[in-house]
Design a protein around this ligand. Structure first.
Ligand code: ADP
Ligand code: MG
Length: 399
């Protein structure tokens, strides 16, 4: 069904040199890896290829060294964590092309794994320089991309290599593309989208794209205030981008024109100060927000109505929390709706896909990240996909 090739199509890889682009941009503190989720994600692909007898060369970037060798950004620092997750020995190579890599390929046994240096140490990486692409490809037979999170960049190791070597999606890339495809490209209708978060300005393209795609657009978070204000509601001292009122109107008109129902909160949780459990906390109708109050969460009546929307939907795509969820009790609506979505997913009536840094944190906080059909940790790439953009790293696999 998909237009890209996967490891199912790769054939016999015994003795072949396979470049595997992975995400090893791991969070670190005081020289130690603090979260190995990204290695876990790449593990099935790496081990599948190694177990089939391939010589696996890992390619990844780390930080922003801007084309210089920066010793504090060497991938040698994450090798220990990678070995631990894989349960295999991983040879570190301080180059990505040339005779040193050639030598490594010569001594690496079938099923052996090596990790090449931070690709961004070379200027040609971010420039997608054909010479660098050629030099990297010269030591290999096959290219596998398993880094969806870097697929919104047309770099040498995320895009260029796919044009000069037989190219395949790794298992984690495949899972991401299949989940995203089910959520927006060929979803079962009705489809609802939850878009929340702080600002309309950061998600204008997301909103514009979604109104033409989904049946229900649920707008929450700070950005709902901008829409409410555009409709003439006095939002007091809420976070609000008043200058975007015309844009918000245009989005609402576009939704109308394409038969997309927009859901804005009609009751809200407000407070005079932004603090946990503030004394001035109260719930009110959106038309009753006082001049010195700010909206910090969707109210209970609206949250219940949103749950009813999800109950009639077959598909949900979610980016952005409904309230200032980091501070109690402004996590209430987000947690409640997330749990509804999780329950519907468990029952099998909803395909639910979510992504975004704070969204993933909010779902984990609600204890339901594991109950969604798919939770993307891809950040920028996920948002660009929500904007309907073609991701160069994905397009190159489909070519
Ligand atoms: P993501 O990282 O998932 O894309 P965003 O970064 O767009 O999400 O938005 C998350 C932020 O939005 C959170 O820090 C949250 O506190 C904030 N936010 C949500 N609702 C409100 C609100 N009503 N007022 C102020 N900030 C809000
Ligand atoms: Mg964020």
């Amino acid at each position: 069904m998909s237009a890209f090739k996967t490891l199912d199509d790769i054939g016999d890889v015994r003795g072949k040199v396979v470049l595997v682009r992975v995400d090893l941009n791991l969070p670190m503190q005081d020289g130690a890896v603090t979260d190995d989720t990204r290695v876990q994600a790449a593990k099935p692909t790496i081990l599948e290829l190694a177990d089939k007898g391939a010589k696996v060369l890992l390619l990844a970037h780390f930080g922003r060294p801007k084309g210089e060798r920066v010793s504090t950004q060497s991938l040698s620092m994450v090798i220990g964590a990678v070995e631990q997750v894989l349960g295999r020995e991983v040879m570190f190579v301080s180059e990505i092309a040339g005779p040193v890599v050639k030598q490594v390929v010569g001594i690496l046994p079938e099923g052996g794994i090596a990790c090449l240096e931070n690709t961004r140490f070379w200027k040609g990486e971010e420039k997608n320089d054909p010479e660098l692409v050629k030099a990297i490809a010269a030591n290999a037979d096959i290219y596998v991309n398993d880094a969806f999170s870097a697929a919104h960049r047309a770099h040498a190791t995320t895009e260029g290599l796919a044009h000069v070597l037989p190219a395949y999606a790794g298992r984690s890339m495949q899972a991401e593309l299949e989940a995203l495809g089910k959520a927006l490209d060929h979803p079962e209708h009705p489809v609802s989208a939850v878009v929340g978060g702080a600002k309309v300005s950061s998600k204008l393209d997301v909103l514009k794209h979604l109104v033409g795609k989904v049946d229900h657009l649920i707008i929450g978070g700070g950005m709902a205030n901008t829409f409410l204000a555009a409709r003439g509601v006095d939002v007091g001292k809420s976070l609000c981008e008043h200058d975007l009122a015309p844009t918000a109107e245009a989005i609402l008109d576009a939704a109308d024109a394409s038969g997309c129902t927009v859901h804005l909160p009609y009751d809200v949780v407000v407070s005079k100060e932004f603090a946990a459990n503030p004394p001035s906390l109260r719930t009110c109708n959106v038309h009753e927000v006082a001049a010195d109050e700010m909206i910090l969460d969707v109210g209970p009546a609206a949250t219940e109505a949103l749950a009813d929307v999800l109950k009639v939907c077959k598909t949900l795509v979610w980016n952005g929390p409904l309230g200032a969820f980091e501070t109690t009790p402004f996590d209430t609506a987000t947690v409640a709706l997330a749990r509804t979505a999780a329950a519907l997913t468990r029952e099998g009536s909803l395909v639910s896909v979510a992504g975004g840094g704070d969204t993933v944190a909010a779902l984990s906080h609600a204890g339901v990240a594991g109950d969604f059909t798919y939770v993307s940790t891809a950040g920028g790439a996920f948002l660009e996909w929500m904007e309907g953009r073609v991701l160069p790293g994905v397009a190159a696999l489909e070519a």
